[in-house]
Design a protein around this ligand. Structure first.
Ligand code: MG
Length: 304
């Protein structure tokens, strides 16, 4: 026949961009449809229909094809979504800080002006927005359990000593689990005692230290261990930490108190504890210390 042009038209189902998709080829264009994933295993490629039509039938058949595709698309999309049925609480709104500034829900432990949030700090030096170690370790007045910590620190610009004697301090969660602070810039020491280590438990994944005197940052997520009423360990603690934005501890299991002279061993304690900043004899500086408590999300589970 030469009275009209002929256009192939077909609907097929095949893989497309890592999904199973239906292709309606009317001769003018192709339309991709999302297909119920249930069909993925059972359908690979199914040519459904091959139509040929000429000019005067084109409009009617194209209309029918579009209607068919539309119905298929609606039914496929309705079948595609899965919902848990869990009614989660609406996450509260938190305004992020600019740069390193604390977010709106953070508890600020040191903003550069005073150490009123700390015990034992009467001899520490506060000036130019930082606090400097001087005369003993300090302990936060507020206690925390699961939390996110931000703290900035700097080792002395003038290098003195070596190994553990150079730029040593530490951030102790619950007063007993130490994220080591040390000048680890070209300063070899035992690796589970260098900066970013969970002291005597696990070395950092990498050494992300800046040069002596430069400000450095720890951002950490701490999960407190749980004990039952008899003091038995129900669940260990965990630590995730970033050093200058680089991951150094990835959900590291805490094995117990991090001491220099004995292996890590748990001693039962309460659900909350203070932060401690260590005086190890070096004039370390700290600034911009804030904490966010990590709540348990609540939800209504669907009745079974
Ligand atoms: Mg230390």
């Amino acid at each position: 026949m030469t009275c009209c042009k002929r256009y192939p038209s077909r609907l097929s189902i095949t893989w497309f961009r890592n999904r199973l998709a239906g292709f309606a080829n009317s001769g003018f264009r192709q339309t991709a449809l999302a297909i119920n994933p249930v069909l993925k295993l059972s359908l690979a490629w199914i040519p459904i229909k091959m139509l040929y039509f000429c000019d005067w039938l084109r409009a009617a058949r194209l209309t029918a094809a579009v209607v068919t595709i539309g119905v298929a698309a609606v039914s496929f999309s309705l079948a595609d979504e899965w919902k848990s049925g869990i009614e989660w609480q609406t996450p509260p709104v938190v305004t992020p800080g600019e740069g390193m500034a604390p977010p709106s829900d953070a508890i600020v432990l040191f903003d550069g002006t005073d150490l009123s949030e700390w015990d034992g700090a009467q001899n520490w030096i506060v000036r130019d927005g930082y606090a400097q170690v001087n005369g003993g370790s300090i302990t936060s007045k507020q206690h925390f359990g699961d939390c996110q910590l931000h703290i900035e620190w700097a080792t002395p610009e003038k290098v003195e000593g070596h190994g553990q004697g150079r730029g040593n301090s530490g951030v102790f969660f619950m007063g007993r689990y130490e994220l080591q602070v040390l000048d680890s810039f070209e300063n070899p020491t035992y690796v589970d005692g260098q900066a970013g280590s969970l002291y005597k438990t696990k070395p950092p994944l990498v050494n992300a230290s800046r040069k002596p005197g430069e400000w450095q940052v720890y951002d950490a997520v701490f999960t407190a261990p749980r004990f039952d009423e008899q003091g038995n360990l129900l669940r260990p603690g965990y630590l995730t930490a970033f050093h200058n934005g680089v991951l150094v501890q990835n959900h590291t299991e805490i094995l117990g108190d991090t001491k220099w002279d004995v292996p890590p061993t748990y001693s039962p304690h309460g659900e909350r504890g203070p932060f401690s900043l260590q005086d190890h004899g070096n004039p370390m500086r700290f600034r911009n210390i804030w904490v966010r408590e990590i709540p348990e999300l609540t939800a209504k589970r669907p009745a079974k």
